[in-house]
Design a protein around this ligand. Structure first.
Ligand code: AMP
Ligand code: GLY
Length: 424
């Protein structure tokens, strides 16, 4: 099999790493990739949104399977475009990827499929949105309807804060078209967990649970990020609760999408709030999370490649995956300045020493090699991962590896896994 991975983050390095282990693989490319993927795949200098160039490359090189990592090319229709060229692409069509691209689409889908989620309403008019917020009171959640790169959600503790978000999104146009309409919803209280499933349009195979750490600082402080660390599995989603969420959230939504004529193939990522009334859906993503993917794939014992092919072929019903009975943790190292403007071009040393710590695997994100020297060229730069018989052992190994990395301009959170480890 000749496979093209699309993306350049830690998630895509982990995908390349898992695919490279497949006996079915003959050739692997990554577009555009990073210094880590370059060790496993041939990097191709094509951006993730240059879909015509990606299709041309895949056609010219007889690629059998395309594996997109991030949401942007999915929402932009990479799977449809590859399909028209006769190339299998393990991700949803643009129509099915609206599950990530539009909040109101997802909320309507949940209502149609009877999936538990926060009560909600959609507004195109700022004054009507303000009236609603005043009527409902705080806490309340204001969400830009479109894709906003993680900046489109405000969990407002007061009515004034909610009104400020409405003004910013709808009147000041801070998020452009993405904020022209908003979804306003009930604030859910509980612990947040993520559940991943591989879908083939009708069958969903559970890929396990994880918990992300969105805030940049220790103790969940500071601004939101793409994710500073994750671990899998999370004790907040026991096997029983995970199966309940598959039954009450994932499978009904899959059936509804199929009924609507837009079957979902690829990775479905459900963000759940574990409330006193059970798990409720916060959001869906149409892809693996980053860094959740790194933690999940380290636990996967089975060959990833045939599973992704089976998802494309509608063939998951008779498929099963084996998982290591281990805990995995992923600690993100970011460049100073992140999630604002990160410092770039700084040298990173000591990765060999880090990778030599038992149980440790280091995935690259924003890295490149300049004259043989590894340098940072992004916000999130490395994901230092470890597996172990339990989370504490994995955590200790990952932080020993972090300590072995010589990169003064990098930083990480020091408390990844704290909820599970303290039972909070
Ligand atoms: P989303 O982009 O919809 O995942 O929202 C981003 C984050 O906002 C989530 O990860 C939650 O932490 C928080 N959030 C979103 N919706 C709600 C809600 N209804 N109640 C409480 N927190 C929420
Ligand atoms: N780590 C969260 C995400 O990938 O959306």
């Amino acid at each position: 099999m000749r496979v093209l991975v699309v993306g350049s983050g830690g998630r895509e390095h982990a995908l390349c790493w898992a695919l490279a282990a497949s006996p079915l693989l003959t050739r692997l490319w990554c577009a555009p990739g990073n210094a880590g993927t370059a060790e496993l795949a041939e990097n191709v200098p094509i951006g993730v949104l240059d879909i015509p160039a990606l299709v041309r490359f895949a056609t010219d090189n007889a690629v059998d399977l395309v594996v997109p990592g991030p949401e942007a090319p999915l929402v932009a229709g990479i799977t449809d475009a590859m399909g028209e060229a006769g190339i299998a692409c393990c991700g949803p069509s643009a129509a099915a990827a609206r599950i990530e691209g539009s909040k109101s689409f997802t909320k309507e889908l949940c209502d149609a499929a009877g999936v538990p989620t926060a009560l909600w309403e959609r507004f195109d008019d700022a004054q009507a949105a303000r009236d609603f917020v005043r009527r409902r009171g705080a806490p309340i959640v204001v969400k830009a309807d479109g894709l906003a790169g993680g900046k489109g959600v405000v969990v407002a503790a007061s009515v004034a804060e909610a009104e400020a978000a409405i003004a910013e999104f709808m009147e000041q146009g801070r998020l452009g078209a993405a904020g022209r309409s908003v979804v306003i919803e009930e604030c859910l209280i509980g612990e947040e967990v993520s559940l991943f499933a591989l879908c083939d349009g009708t069958t969903a195979l559970a890929l396990g649970s994880a918990q992300d750490h969105k805030r940049v600082g220790d103790g969940d402080t500071g601004p939101n990020t793409g994710g500073m660390g994750a671990y899998s599995p999370t004790p907040a989603l026991s096997d029983e609760l995970a199966e309940a969420a598959m039954e009450r959230v994932v499978r009904p939504v899959l059936a509804e999408l199929s009924n609507q004529g837009t079957p979902f193939r690829g990775i479905l990522f459900a963000g759940l709030m574990m409330t006193s009334e059970g798990g409720k859906l916060i959001e869906f993503n149409a892809r693996f999370g980053d860094p959740e993917c790194q933690a999940l794939l380290l636990r996967l014992q089975s060959d990833l490649l045939p599973a992704l092919l089976a998802a494309c072929d509608g063939d998951l019903a008779h498929f099963s995956l084996q998982w290591r009975d281990e805990a995995a943790i992923a600690v993100v190292m970011a460049a100073r300045g992140y999630p604002g403007a990160p410092v770039k071009g700084t040298a990173i040393r000591g990765l060999d020493r880090a990778a030599a710590v038992p149980g440790v695997t280091v995935f690259h994100a924003g890295t490149e090699r300049l004259d043989g020297q590894l340098v940072a060229n992004g916000g999130r730069v490395l994901t230092v991962c470890a597996t172990g018989p339990d989370l504490r052992t994995a955590r200790d190994a990952a932080y020993r590896a972090v300590a072995a990395i010589d990169w003064p301009e990098g930083f990480c959170r020091h408390d990844i896994g704290w909820r599970a480890l303290t039972g909070a």
